[in-house]
Design a binder for this molecule. Sequence first.
Ligand code: ACO
Length: 323
Amino acid sequence: MIRARVIGAGACLPSNIVTNDDLAKKMDTSDEWIQGRTGIKQRYIALPGEKTSDLALGAARAALADAGIDAGELDMIICATTTPDESFPATATVVQARLGMTKGAAFDVQAVCSGFIYGMSIADSLIRTGAARTILLIGAETMSRLLDWEDRTTCVLFGDGAGAVVLQAHMGTGTNADQGILNTRLFSDGRLHDMLYADGGVSSTQGAGKLRMQGKEVFKHAVTNIAAAIVASAEAANIPLDQIDWFVPHQANQRILDGTAKKLGIDPAKVVSTLAVHGNTSAASVPLALVTAIQDGRIKRGDLVLLEAMGGGFTWGAALLRW
Ligand code: ACO
């Protein structure tokens, strides 16, 4: 059985760090409020002119170098983003051109904060059916451009960045011992649109709009939905939760991470959190956390790793991998 295995991973962050104290100089907020409510201490914010494709390209190059392959070996590029450079073409095609990749296909995936999980599910399907052998999957965002900087209840939560993985076909036995993606589970519920959305778009306002959120409602749904996605993925593989080595969640709020771990009886030490340094980087947050835990030596070959996310739509999902 063909499995999609991660053969390399990389990240890229803007050089500009903005701390909670920096924000408190510009608006009525405080380090104490932001850290206490969310766990966020700082975030990276793109400099003027720095685009999503710049961050995506940086992460792509780092992932390719880590995999030890060059762009010519890629069959596809999938970029998960809510903040593309332009309404079209896809940011993935901008990365394709800048990597010098002249064959294959490149396209974007829009599932907001769940985009990387959705992209991983698509890449897994394409690799397992033999439609592609090697796929570069990127999560990249400049969320700072979609924020209403007059709205202190949302603008303090988000940051910019990009993470990427290279997935490659690998022959497995069809058991849970195989390296690679064991399963993915995707969900959405469009009825919950009003809880988290951007109040603009090409066909409605001809602009990108600004992010709007009902924080308390999002919080409640996040814990329930993320917990359900984790259970669905683990049950599909018939793996008890306590056998999973690492949980790599979408980094929305430390209290969502803690609440989900508590609900499912997961040891908090197994939950990777980069909220303090990255904030919420939407589709980039899972790969940024993943790269952090690989580079600091926590995630090792053979470990069971569960990635999960929830975002606007609502969309949510999980992916279970043997590293
Ligand atoms: N600084 C200081 N005070 C603030 C700030 C701020 N940045 N923002 C709000 N406040 C004030 C409010 O005005 C309010 O004051 P009041 O009591 O005088 O009216 C008080 O703090 C409490 O506000 P709430 O909105 O009730 O705060 P809450 O405890 O719900 O926390 C938060 C807000 C952090 C957004 C929380 O609801 C949350 O984390 N929700 C989850 C949403 C999330 O993580 N979204 C990310 C995107 S979705 C995703 O990625 C899954």
